[in-house]
Design a protein around this ligand. Structure first.
Ligand code: ADP
Length: 394
């Protein structure tokens, strides 16, 4: 028996989940928020209790040491050495990392060098990596890349129609994201359907705060909706998804915003459901607003659904038909309304939901027996993929 911890370090947060392996049992989990700001909050969930501490945590190194000491003081572990593996979600692996890797000094340097592709995330990922390697010198440390699953995309999907130099010299291409989640639910779908992954054409729809869809052919990602960064693709909680790039200079000229980074920040943080509804980025609030007849919430909901439907249409074309559509993540797993709205507009393609199966807590097939394209709900589990990958290197 040994313990392995999955780490997801964001720009100002650190999410973790501690497992007993190889049993794959979650022992404890937690979240440290507001790192680098005042009144940081560390929450540890253990044996049904939530332990919350508020204090200033200045950086990720400090966050890791607080987390490790919390594990000891709450008697979740006795010694640091009980944790024999750490798995780090890394957002951008570029073209370099096609699968998970054992972290060495050289790998940590390469992850840092890829920061251009994820300026908010990769530096935080590297800080987490350094902190754990310092505190647990004898553990196995593994990097698991959000982009790895998408490295099988062919050039016809990943290239942008811009001058070749931009790709060749500046690495401008589609990388995608949420790869661990798309891979996990695609594999699970094959299990649920009792078929080999190699024989299946799937469309996986990860619909949470961030939203991405992937066309999976024979177990491999062949196209995905997120792009050079997670701003691309469908409309999301606070992100635009795709729009005409010419909007950017127009907004700058009209509003007087002189820094393009500010416009990109608005596209990332103040757009999507939040920008259209002017209520919230949270789908539960949008659904409430829509039910109460709020016109902006209704438009936000309809636009959100429409963008997802259009990507499903694209991927039915890319794959030349599909065996199944899989819903996952916060909205995909929980929202009966969103699933129903998406699928009910796609009946011509052979998608048909069974209303008695499209319920809260659904897990598995929710389509009617005769549906040409099956529809499934599969709860994602990115942390489990991460700790399994760590154990492969032990
Ligand atoms: P993240 O991308 O941050 O990991 P999640 O996958 O947790 O996000 O998804 C968050 C989204 O899931 C929010 O928009 C939230 O409203 C939505 N969500 C969670 N539960 C429900 C529910 N019961 N009905 C509708 N939406 C839900």
């Amino acid at each position: 028996m040994s313990k392995t911890i999955a780490i997801n370090a964001g720009s100002s947060s650190l999410k973790w989940q501690l497992y007993e392996m190889p049993e794959e049992v979650v022992i404890a989990k937690g979240l440290i928020e507001r790192i680098g700001l005042s009144d940081s909050v560390s929450t540890v969930s253990f044996e049904g209790d939530k332990h919350v501490v508020v204090k200033d945590i200045h950086n990720h190194t400090e966050a890791v040491s607080i987390l490790m000491n919390d594990l000891k003081s709450l008697k979740i572990i006795e010694h640091f050495s009980e944790i024999s593996g750490t798995g780090h979600r890394v957002v951008a692996g570029g073209e370099l990392f096609k699968s998970s890797v054992l972290i060495t000094d050289e790998i940590a340097k390469q992850v840092e060098e890829l920061s251009d592709l994820a300026p908010l995330h990769n530096p935080a990922n590297v800080a987490g990596i350094h902190a754990f390697r310092a505190l647990l010198p004898n553990a196995t440390h593994v990097a698991v890349f959000d982009t790895a699953f998408h490295t099988t995309m062919p050039p016809v999907a990943f290239r942008y129609p811009v001058p070749n130099d931009y790709y060749e010299k500046y690495a401008v291409r589609k990388y995608g994201a949420h790869g661990t989640s798309h891979m996990y639910v695609a594999q699970k779908a094959a299990e649920y359907l009792g078929q080999a992954p190699e024989s299946l054409k799937l469309i996986t729809a990860h619909i949470g705060n961030g939203v991405s869809l992937t066309a999976v052919d024979g177990g491999k990602s062949v196209d995905t909706s997120m792009g050079f960064t997670p701003l691309a693709g469908v409309m999301m909680g606070t992100r635009t998804g795709e729009l005409d790039a010419s909007v950017i200079p127009h907004i700058m000229a009209k509003t007087g915003i002189s820094d393009v980074a500010e416009v990109i920040d608005i596209f990332n943080k103040k757009s999507g459901l939040a920008g259209i509804s002017e209520i919230s980025s949270d789908m539960r609030d949008i659904i409430k607003g829509r039910a109460a007849g709020d016109a902006k919430a209704t438009l936000a909901f309809d636009m959100f659904v429409n963008r997802i439907q259009k990507y499903i249409g694209q991927y039915l074309a890319v794959l030349n038909g599909a065996d199944a559509l899989i819903f996952t993540a916060g909205i995909g797993e929980n929202s009966v309304e969103v699933r129903d709205a998406i699928v009910s507009g796609l009946s011509w393609f052979g998608l048909d939901i069974d209303e008695s199966k499209n319920v809260v807590g659904a897990d598995g097939v929710i389509s009617t027996p005769n549906a040409k394209v099956k529809v499934l709900v599969i709860p994602t589990d990115e942390e489990l993929v991460i700790v399994r990958d760590v154990d492969k290197f032990k």
